[in-house]
Structure formats: structure tokens, C-alpha cells
Ligand binder design. Structure first.
Ligand code: DAK
Length: 262
């Protein structure tokens, strides 16, 4: 597929590769317009459907992961354009339906919709230059792609209120301390660390990886009792896979497992 606002590439060794999506509107600091979000959705769906891909990484440029939704496109919207046409929901929801792990590799600005996009990924690895924020309040609006819901779940109410009400940015150190990102690495190592994390996932049994992702996501959606039962049923079902037999046999025989993705 030919894209104009993103670049896709494959990385890694072994049977299953990593699908890398690089947001590519550098002059606009990767501001997220409809065209970019459509391309991102298509690339995500294609990688998710490809049995040769085990994990997906989304990144931006050194200066910006993404500085938010495109303000120049939004500036002239009225209520009919937003509520009336359910403003860009279709493109922004795609990432939630992706079953394979999606890692955000963030350098520079991740603001507004950019921060929300990163939070929709399964985890965030940040460069020491990363800056996160929900500055929508300064534009007279509020976050619209889940920021007021995912940020408190990631960093707690106090920090989330501080960020959403003042619009201030959080640097990488604060983001790691508060749990927004899983790791902070020097900028020069960002892609090698993110791709290594993805490669380590590619080598696992895809069935258990997808179920693990589904189960962790359940923790944010229902009651504890429902989540624990959901996890237990997924756990039970993995004993129907060839890969469970292989993983445990390999451990007991002190050898590396060879997963067959069944
Ligand atoms: N949109 C459009 N253009 C942007 C942009 C953005 N969000 N961010 C930066 N740019 C453009 C600038 O206009 C500038 O363009 P030129 O003047 O060169 O033509 C170029 O990128 C470089 O930016 P600066 O000159 O400003 O660069 P600086 O280094 O001085 O500043 C900055 C970097 C990131 C601090 C600054 O650009 C900035 O504050 N940007 C805006 C950040 C922001 O407010 N983001 C939140 C936008 S609102 C929804 C889904 C999503 C959303 C809502 C609903 N639904 C599903 C319903 C999301 C909303 C938002 O994200």
C-alpha cells in the first residue's frame, strides 16, 4: 500500500516480524488529520491480519510523536460537523480493535490527540526527550479521544486533573514516575529498544500474547470479579494450544521453545 502521511516497514528476524508505522507529517509535527488517521487505520488493520506480523510499533519523529489533532482542520468546525457527523470517531476507534500488541515509541511532543493515541497503544516506551500533555483546555475545548478517561487510569486523578485543567506538559521522567510510560531510554536508543521489545513478543506464542492483551484490557472495563473470571477462562483455554505443550516441555527439558502459533 502507498501512503502519504505514514511510512510502514517490517523489522526483525525470525518467522514473525514487527510492523513499524512511522507518522510522517513532519512540518505539522505529525498533527493528526483525517487522511493520516485513515492511513493509520488501514496499516493497523493490514498488520493485524498478516500472520507474518507478531507485534506493531507506532512512532513519530524526533521532534514529535504527534502534536495533536490538526487544529487547522478543526478550527472551522461547528456542532453539525462534530456531534452531527460524529467527528472522526471511525478513524480514532480502529486502534482499539487491533488484537496484536501495539507499542508506542515516543520522542518529543505527544500532545492532545497524540497523547491519546499513545495511551491507546498497549504500552509506551519514551525517549528522554518525550513530553506528554493534554493542552486542549487552552484551545477552549477538552480532550475528545479518551484523554479524560485513560489519563486518570494511567497516572491517577491528581496528576490527570493537573494536566487536563492546566494543559501543562509532563516530561519523560515524570511520565515514568507516574506510570504513563513503561520505560524511558536515551533518544538514540528509542527505536532499538522498542523494536527489541517487539521482537521478544514476536518470538512468543501469538495466542497467549493476544489473550494476555485482552485480559489486561478487561481490568479497565468491568468489575474485579468479572475480570478475574475472564482471565481464568482464557487461561483454561490456552491448554488447548500446541504452544502451551511446547512451552512447558521446553522449560522442563531446558531448551528454547519453538512455538508454532497454534
Ligand atoms: N495542528 C495543526 N498544526 C500544528 C499542530 C496541531 N495540533 N501542532 C503544531 N502544528 C504546526 C504549527 O502550526 C507550525 O506550523 P507552521 O506555522 O510552521 O505552518 C508547525 O506545526 C510547527 O509548530 P510550532 O512552530 O508551533 O513549533 P514549536 O516547536 O514552537 O511548538 C508545540 C511546538 C507542539 C508546543 C506547538 O506547536 C503546539 O502547542 N502545538 C499545538 C498542541 C495542541 O494544542 N494540541 C492539541 C490539539 S487538540 C477526537 C480525537 C482527537 C481530538 C479530539 C477529538 N475525537 C475522536 C472526537 C484531539 C484534539 C487535539 O489534539
Amino acid at each position: 500500500m502507498i501512503f502519504e502521511n505514514i511510512i510502514t516497514s517490517l523489522h526483525g528476524e525470525g518467522e514473525r516480524k514487527t510492523g513499524l508505522i512511522t507518522l510522517n507529517r513532519p512540518k505539522q509535527l505529525n498533527a493528526l488529520n483525517d487522511a493520516l488517521m485513515d492511513e493509520l487505520g488501514s496499516a493497523l488493520r493490514a498488520f493485524d491480519a498478516d500472520a507474518g506480523i507478531g507485534c506493531i510499533v507506532i512512532t513519530g519523529s524526533e521532534k514529535a510523536f504527534a502534536a495533536g489533532a490538526d487544529i487547522s482542520a478543526m478550527a472551522k468546525f461547528n456542532l453539525t460537523d462534530t456531534y452531527g457527523s460524529d467527528f472522526i470517531t471511525r478513524n480514532w476507534e480502529t486502534i482499539r480493535s487491533i488484537r496484536k500488541p501495539v507499542i508506542a515509541a515516543v520522542a518529543g511532543f505527544a500532545l492532545g490527540g497524540g497523547c491519546e493515541l499513545a495511551m491507546m497503544c498497549d504500552f509506551i516506551i519514551a525517549a528522554d526527550t518525550a513530553k506528554f500533555g493534554q493542552p486542549e483546555i487552552k484551545l477552549g475545548i477538552i480532550p475528545g479521544a479518551g484523554g479524560t478517561q485513560r489519563l486518570p487510569r494511567a497516572v491517577g486523578k491528581a496528576k490527570a486533573m493537573d494536566m487536563v485543567l492546566t494543559g501543562r506538559m509532563m516530561d519523560a521522567t515524570e511520565a515514568e514516575r507516574t506510570g504513563l510510560v513503561s520505560r524511558v531510554v536515551p533518544l538514540a536508543e528509542l527505536m532499538s529498544v522498542a523494536l527489541a521489545a517487539a521482537q521478544s513478543i514476536n518470538e512468543l506464542s501469538g495466542m497467549s500474547v493476544m489473550m494476555a492483551k485482552e485480559s489486561v484490557n478487561r481490568a479497565f472495563e468491568g468489575t474485579l470479579a468479572d475480570g478475574v473470571m475472564f482471565e481464568r477462562r482464557l487461561f483454561h483455554s490456552l491448554f488447548a494450544t500446541v504452544d502451551q505443550k511446547e512451552g512447558m516441555d521446553a522449560f522442563l527439558n531446558k531448551r528454547k521453545p519453538v512455538f508454532v502459533q497454534r
